[in-house]
Design a protein around this ligand. Structure first.
Ligand code: ZN
Length: 73
């Protein structure tokens, strides 16, 4: 008889806004645009493999955008 225990869940995400590239796994990513094709995503750009990708918005990434936003029209 086997019990399936699911106590250990390392699902906690890094609170820092370090977005890993889904293609090469690099952290050298930068935000491209706040709104991607969908409102729930932002467009990111990997500086290592030079590939744009979409990233699901969260509070951390929004703070990155706020910090980078220089002019507010
Ligand atoms: Zn990459």
């Amino acid at each position: 008889m086997s019990q399936s225990r699911d106590e250990q869940r390392n699902d906690a995400r890094d609170p820092r806004a370090s977005v890993h590239c889904p293609y090469c796994g690099s952290e050298a990513t930068e935000p491209l645009a706040l709104f991607g094709k969908q409102l729930l995503t932002v467009q990111m750009y990997c500086q290592d493999c030079h590939t744009p990708f979409e990233y699901v918005k969260d509070d951390a990434i929004l703070q990155v955008f706020e910090a980078r936003k220089g002019n507010h029209a």
